[in-house]
Write a protein that binds this ligand. Structure first.
Ligand code: BYC
Ligand code: FE
Ligand code: FE
Length: 473
């Protein structure tokens, strides 16, 4: 076990005191991070006491400490899982050789780009979610929002540690850039599409944490296979926190559905909206939107970047050891391409299809939660099932971008798409309706907004009516 320093300015298990230059550089970055947090983090709750978990070690039993904390005082730390002795490269051209503790010159630019792209998403999501607290459906949900936010902040720290430690001056500049870009800004937007999309209501938040944080899970799984060992170790630990983020999304949508069923049963016409709830077709449209923007995050179906990342051993497949052939040079993957307005299957060299391999795993994983949601609808006797649209539907990047598809994946004309757009994606009216349900926060312990059911359990054995957030006024 690596030793843990929790009393230092920056809690860490990387022996930061042994490298004074690095320690000083990170301690200079720290106040800039806190300034960013105060400016772009949760609006209106910075003085409140929040019941949060804080990572304090990487020990599987008891890595987190739960207590009340003011968010700006949260102890954002740097934690890498313990090194695996004699770990070797698990895939690509360098297969079987020892993993790297320093960055080989030829891979420096590509690794920096991957780390910056990963790092950029973390503060971006905090920015996207910064106003949600003001319309929280309960103190329990408010606390979960802030838990996700502070941990995304820690994920930024994880990437900044790598940039400062292994990339010299340009790494420090990139670390500053991570605090400089802004989600949705015209002049300095965040790097990836989904992280510039507004996330202004709680249904979007639950869809985001279910679908977009799940992209995080798969990208982190792929990076945790990296030959660059510090990247592998830091992403591995990030995954332990990620599980809660997806839990918030999965149970959040489940609780919305639960309440919708209840309200439908109370209404003579089974009309959830008439009872102040969110109707099932609207929930499907929000799902379609966040799922499709999240699919874009995997990159192009055919990608020379992905092939180079795999060949160089920089980014593998999720749980690479499940595969038999770790070189993947003689294999192909069949992709459905669009040629002359028709769908045709075509074999693509496997390494070029690595984004699609990861996206395929993600789709399967996404389906599991949808199945759970549908089991609830069936149990409640409601004749409606949510579905994941085709991975061709509503794509902004990759081989399907610029072509119109219906949710089943059939090619249609632009006019057909526009005629059905408001059935398939949230319309301005849907968005206005959902927002109209969420104009005021619910701060009374244990109480829930009308459009959502209470959770099954509280946090860390606490009751649901526990005061998860103690307001300062
Ligand atoms: N938006 O070869 P291509 C998370 C660019 S989420 C805008 O198709 P590649 C989290 C691409 O950069 C996980 N641009 O793709 C979740 C390239 O640009 P250049 C985040 C895009 O490079 C919730 C060009 O298009 N982690 O942690 O194979 C809350 C062609 O690229 C997009 C990572 O992403 C897009 N959607 O793959 C908080 C892991 N897609 O070279 C956090 C690190 C592509 O022409 N990143 N482009 O200038 C990567 O592994 C890869 O960069 C990508 C793209 C998978 C994102
Ligand atoms: Fe994250
Ligand atoms: Fe996350």
């Amino acid at each position: 076990m690596s030793s843990i320093a929790t009393n230092e300015k920056i809690p860490n298990n990387v022996d930061l005191t042994s490298d004074k230059r690095l320690q000083r550089a990170l301690e200079e970055w720290q106040p800039r991070f806190v300034d960013w947090w105060k400016e772009m983090g949760p609006e209106g709750f910075q003085e409140d006491q929040i019941y949060l978990r804080t990572a304090v070690s990487v020990s599987p039993d008891g890595w987190a400490h739960f207590d009340y904390v003011k968010m700006p005082d949260y102890r954002w730390g740097i934690f890498l899982t313990d090194p695996i002795k004699d770990r070797t490269i698990g895939f690509g051209d360098h297969y079987g050789k020892p993993v790297w503790q320093q960055i080989p010159g030829e891979h420096r630019n590509a690794l920096r780009r991957l780390i910056v792209t990963q790092g950029d998403t973390e503060p971006a999501s905090v920015e996207q979610q910064r106003l949600l607290g003001l319309t929280c459906p309960s103190l329990y949900d408010l606390r979960n929002l802030f838990q996700v936010n502070v941990e995304e902040g820690r994920h930024l720290w994880a990437m900044v540690y790598l940039l400062h430690t292994y990339f010299g001056r340009d790494g420090r500049e990139e670390a500053d850039g991570l605090l400089d870009r802004r989600s949705g800004a015209d002049d300095k937007p965040r790097i990836l599409g989904a992280f510039n999309e507004p996330c202004q209501d709680w249904l979007s938040f639950f869809m985001f944490t279910y679908f977009t944080d799940r992209d995080g899970k798969y990208q982190l799984l792929a990076l945790s296979e990296s030959s660059f060992d510090p990247l592998a170790r830091t992403t591995r630990f990030m995954l332990t926190e990620e599980a809660h983020h997806m839990f918030v999304g999965e149970t959040g949508v489940l609780r919305v559905l639960d309440r919708t069923c209840e309200l439908m049963a109370q209404d003579p016409n089974q009309d959830a909206r008439a009872q102040g709830g969110i109707d099932l077709p609207t929930i499907q449209r929000y799902l379609n939107r966040w799922y499709s923007v999240s699919l874009d995050l995997f990159g192009g179906e055919v990608s020379s970047n992905a092939a180079n990342f795999f060949a160089g051993g920089l980014k593998g497949r999720a749980k690479e050891d499940r595969y038999e052939d770790h070189i993947a040079l003689d294999q192909t993957m069949t992709l459905t391409m669009v040629k002359d307005g028709r769908l045709v299957d075509e074999a693509v060299p496997m390494r070029n299809a690595m984004n699609e391999v990861l996206r395929g795993e993600y789709i399967e994983d996404s389906q599991r939660g949808v199945d759970k949601w549908n089991r609830l609808l069936a149990e409640r006797g409601v004749n409606f099932a949510l579905t994941l649209p085709s991975s061709r539907f509503h794509r902004q990047s990759g081989i399907y971008a610029g072509i119109h598809f219906d949710p089943a994946g059939k090619i249609i004309t632009e006019a057909e798409f526009n005629a059905h757009k408001n059935e398939w994606l949230p319309s301005p009216e849907d968005e206005a309706y959902v927002k109209s349900l969420m104009t005021k926060p619910v701060f009374e312990p244990g109480k829930m907004a009308n459009w959502i059911a209470p959770p099954k359990h509280g946090i860390k054995g606490r009751p649901i009516e526990f005061e998860y957030v103690k307001r300062s006024e």
